[in-house]
Ligand binder design. Structure first.
Ligand code: GLA
Length: 378
């Protein structure tokens, strides 16, 4: 990330120097659309994120400059002051959610920039929210604990950005630890760090970005969540978490075929996360990979959040002998995450690029993954 560029822009706009904060995007090895069902997720923070320079300005206004969009917004801190630009609403939302929790904040100047590819399913928005939640917590000595910082980001999505997301992305962005994935139980909020070093075992983790843009705002994402909640209600449970396939079969006549398929995917996914964690403890990466494919096809056929391009990439991976491949994140475009034996890596990347370009007219983008630390001051 180009910190000098941010420093220069901040100085140019505000004639001063501020303090630097950063938060990462995330990957998720497995456990997709399980977070808002009270289930398990298994993400890790990555070496791509958001960086913001911030300085208190002694007013009650926020003056924010997006270096990447070359766009400027100025807004107050009251509910009626919401800015019109969608990027600025993430910052505004974080300010509002902090205040709703009793945090006393005031105006600040900021310039920020990120290197998380937008719309690729790596949670650029959570990176932005966590950067500001963490920074304001420190700058105003608010003493908010780290789980609450993650919830502030999540509530920002719910209340200011229109996405009824779970907690995974913000959790990963705040709690990330270099070299570790985190298994979070989204019902109890207990979590455990798992050392994760596939290279040591002869595998590489790589993301292939279809460059099909996904847009979760006002999207079928909220519909998926609603389906799960309807089925949970019929089952008399708070969450789908903990329901079995037998439970689901028993109510099949009472729910729509579509809701049935959505719930079938989620219940299967719960078990897959646990299987993957067990397999990792035995360094059994082939089993990890098998579960990833199952997730992919579950997300494609039952949850219906994949798209033709991502199904194509997963199929090419399978043909190349890749251990595991699946759509990552909320869906509707974005990346596949691939677990590849080192000796197959070069051939897989070359084949995927060539086949994808032949069919869709452009190559997928390739991102290698480094599991990194969470929200922090630089
Ligand atoms: C998005 C949401 C997360 C989670 C994933 C799917 O990234 O923000 O809360 O639901 O989709 O696993």
């Amino acid at each position: 990330m180009n910190l000098t560029l941010i420093n220069n822009k901040f100085n140019e706009k505000f004639g001063a120097t501020g303090e630097m904060f950063t938060s990462p995007g995330r990957i998720n090895l497995i456990g997709e659309h399980t977070d808002y069902n009270g289930g398990f997720v298994f993400p890790g923070a990555i070496d791509k994120g958001m960086v913001a320079e911030i300085k208190l300005n002694g007013t009650d206004k926020v003056r924010a400059y997006s270096v990447d969009l070359n766009d400027y917004a100025e807004f107050g801190l009251n509910e009626e002051d919401a800015p019109s630009q969608s990027w600025a609403r993430y910052i505004f939302g974080v300010c509002r959610e902090i205040q709703k929790r009793g945090g006393k904040i005031a105006g600040f100047d900021t310039a920020f920039s990120g290197d998380v590819p937008l719309g690729a399913g790596m949670s650029s928005s959570a990176a932005l929210e966590s950067t500001f939640a963490n920074a304001l917590n420190e700058l105003f000595s608010l003493g908010i604990d780290r789980f609450e910082l993650a919830r502030i980001g999540q509530s920002t999505e719910h209340n200011y950005c229109g996405v009824k997301c779970g907690i995974m992305d913000q959790f990963a962005s705040v709690f990330g630890k270099a070299g570790h994935l985190m298994r979070l139980d989204c019902r109890s909020m207990e979590f455990e760090y798992f050392p994760f070093d596939p290279e040591q075992h002869g595998y590489k983790l790589v993301l292939l970005d279809s460059v099909v843009k996904h847009e979760l705002v006002g999207s079928p994402y909220n519909d998926r969540r609603a389906s799960c909640e309807r089925v949970a209600a019929v089952l008399g449970r708070e969450f789908l978490r903990g329901a079995t396939m037998e439970d689901l079969e028993a109510v099949r006549e009472k729910i729509s075929e579509e809701d049935y398929k959505r719930a079938r995917y989620v219940i299967g996914e719960e078990q897959r996360v646990l299987d993957v964690c067990e397999a990792l403890k035995r360094d059994d990466y082939e089993t990890v990979g098998k579960r990833m494919y199952e997730t992919h096809w579950g997300m494609s056929r039952d949850y219906e959040v994949s798209c033709e391009e991502l199904d194509f990439l997963a199929t090419v991976a399978e043909e190349c002998g890749v251990a595991g491949s699946r759509i990552m994140g909320g869906g509707f475009g974005g990346c596949t995450i691939n677990l590849v034996r080192t000796e197959l890596y070069d051939n897989f990347i070359a084949t995927a690029k060539a086949k994808f370009a032949a069919k869709y007219g452009h190559e997928p983008k390739v991102y290698s993954v480094v599991i990194s630390d969470g929200a922090r001051r630089l």
